[in-house]
Ligand binder design. Structure first.
Ligand SMILES: NC(=O)C1=CN([C@@H]2O[C@H](COP(=O)(O)OP(=O)(O)OC[C@H]3O[C@@H](n4cnc5c(N)ncnc54)[C@H](OP(=O)(O)O)[C@@H]3O)[C@@H](O)[C@H]2O)C=CC1
Ligand SMILES: O=C1O[C@H](COP(=O)(O)O)[C@@H](O)[C@H](O)[C@H]1O
Length: 506
């Protein structure tokens, strides 16, 4: 979010350096920053885990991750230069004595750099290890330096409101809030950051961005993948915790927030937390009117046979865990009173797509002859987050010819067509922000808790009332029928993005 200059010298400790996140995301992102000349002049990366790796084996393992997962899989010409900055430390994070090695490395690097580096502890470990690690790190002298020492905490941040609150209290007892970076990788996506630019760098849209013009809003974050090996985590989470509590509510905040006075991290976060606090609390007894859950059964995905969720390895054969969730929210404030926000997400859905749709109200009066159009399509603004990266505005246009015949057309801004520059991966942006000490795109303690508060009644109602109809959707569909009913009851339907230039429906 900052307007970047090259960061100060930095030491990265990745606790969980032998794990999947480091392999898939963190090292590819750091390497891309290196290729783009964004890494500090002096930096060092220490991967930590219990697995026995020599430095050479560790680097070879990480290089394999670049080949598989980096957006620049084959750009390895600078890998040797980059990997000189990497080492592996075999360490059990539950061993109290082991933390001395960390202090020693920092002292050695300080001498070598001849400067006081920023020290970043990235906790890429299972959530149950986080409290213990934070306690140990908090006791190190280097962490008393509020300006230089930072701790990065991955999702899930807590399992519910109470555990999130306890984790916040613990972290804040060891670190200043300004040192804590709670990751929500959606906030690092280019198209998500662009929502702020679109809304607040243009005078055109803000006057109509409210209940007077907008009929309803939809947010779809559909995935075509399944569990991707994270079965045991997912069985404790489910779609509501995994996607709605964090990513989807953050998208909703970006759409619904008031204009910030400045781009100060706390100013933006204040405006977002105002939205979370304004979301109408769903009463437990009304949860079924506002929320729908689903679980996929066995079926086919892109020509491949897939097992149902309950048949996945490590999953309870009678699991009540939802792999799909749809919710209708209201934001009770002057801007959004009465405007429903429909959100949905799920695994093994028809296609991977994350879109935000602002459906405008119809024009107040159509003066055109009845034969001008079969049906009137109100204006619609669609923000495609991924995999398409575009913004489309739908409006009525006169078809060429002697008669006044109208049809809907799209005005499109497409990232790839508009800019030659590539878009960085979310983790690249976020890691650079951490190095620069810019917390704008990270979750503050009160934001995380406010988001848990929003979904708590649904979590509790679902826990108290086990599902009777699971599995209730087939892989490759758009989820359970009840999700269609949720929105159809209000006279709407879920909008999926047609390919550009295709005739509009719905
Ligand atoms: N993977 C992903 O795509 C995503 C992951 N996340 C989050 O990131 C975090 C890490 O996930 P992921 O990488 O998938 O998990 P993995 O299970 O792949 O990795 C866990 C890491 O923790 C290390 N570890 C476990 N116990 C100890 C210990 N006692 N001492 C030292 N190291 C230990 C493991 O090292 P070793 O076995 O060598 O001891 C390993 O490096 C989780 O919170 C997850 O929710 C969030 C979004 C996406
Ligand atoms: O945080 C998570 O996000 C991914 C989806 O991320 P995306 O960037 O591919 O949209 C999701 O698959 C995973 O279950 C969840 O933990």
């Amino acid at each position: 979010m900052s307007t970047h200059s090259k960061p100060e010298p930095a030491i990265f400790f990745i606790l969980g350096g032998s794990g999947d996140l480091t392999y898939r995301k963190l090292i590819p992102a750091l390497y891309n920053l290196f290729l783009d000349d964004w890494m500090p002049e002096q930096f060092h990366i220490i991967g930590i885990g219990r697995t026995a790796y020599s430095n050479e084996k560790y680097k070879a393992h990480l290089l394999e991750g670049i080949h598989k997962f980096s957006r620049r899989k084959n750009h390895i010409e600078h890998w040797n230069e980059f990997s000189e900055h990497i080492e592996y430390l075999k360490m059990d994070v539950e061993d109290d004595q082991a933390y001395q090695s960390i202090s020693k490395i920092v002292q050695d690097k300080e001498k070598l750099f001849g400067a006081h580096p920023n020290v970043i502890f990235y906790l890429a470990v299972a959530p149950q290890l986080v409290p213990d690690i934070a306690k140990h790190l908090g006791q190190l002298n280097i962490c008393a330096d509020q300006k230089c020492c930072r701790i990065v905490v991955e999702k899930p941040f807590g399992h519910d409101l109470q555990s999130a609150h306890e984790l916040n209290q613990l972290l804040q007892s060891m670190f200043d809030e300004s040192q804590i970076y709670r990751i929500d990788h959606y906030l690092g996506k280019e198209t998500v950051q662009n929502i702020l630019a679109f809304r607040f760098a243009n005078a055109l849209f803000e006057p109509i961005w409210n209940r007077n013009y907008i009929d309803h809003i939809q947010i779809t974050a559909a995935e075509s993948v399944g569990l991707e090996g994270r079965n045991s985590y997912y069985e404790k989470a489910g779609a509501l915790r995994d996607m709605v509590q964090n990513h989807i509510l953050q998208l909703l905040c970006m759409i619904a927030m008031e204009a910030p006075v400045s781009f100060d991290a706390n100013e933006i976060r204040n405006k977002k937390v105002d939205v979370l606090n304004a979301i109408r609390k769903i009463r437990k007894e009304e949860v079924q009117d506002y929320a729908v859950r689903g679980q996929y059964g066995p079926g086919w995905m892109k020509g491949q046979k897939v097992v149902g969720y309950r048949q996945e390895k490590g999953v309870n054969p009678e699991s009540p865990v939802e792999t799909f969730a749809a919710v209708k929210f209201y934001v009770d404030n002057w801007r959004w009173q009465g405007v429903p926000f429909y959100v949905r997400t799920g695994k093994y859905l028809h296609e991977k797509t994350t879109i935000i749709v602002l459906q405008f109200r119809p024009a107040p009066h159509y003066a055109f002859p009845p034969e001008a159009a079969e049906t009137w399509r109100p204006n619609r603004l669609t923000i495609s987050i991924q995999p398409n990266m575009d913004i489309r505005i739908r409006f009525q246009a006169k078809r060429p010819g002697q008669k006044m015949t109208l049809s809907p057309v799209d005005m499109v801004f497409n990232y790839e067509e508009a800019y030659e520059d590539h878009s960085p991966e979310a983790y690249e942006t976020l890691l650079l922000d951490i190095m620069e000490g810019d917390a704008t795109l990270f979750m503050r303690a009160d934001q995380v808790e406010a988001a848990w508060r929003v979904i708590t009644p649904i979590l509790e109602a679902w826990q108290n009332r086990p599902p009777v109809d699971f599995p209730n959707y087939a892989p490759g569909t758009w989820g359970p029928e009840d999700a269609e009913a949720l929105i159809a009851r209000d006279g709407h339907n879920w909008i999926t993005l047609p390919p550009l230039h295709q005739e509009h429906e719905g």
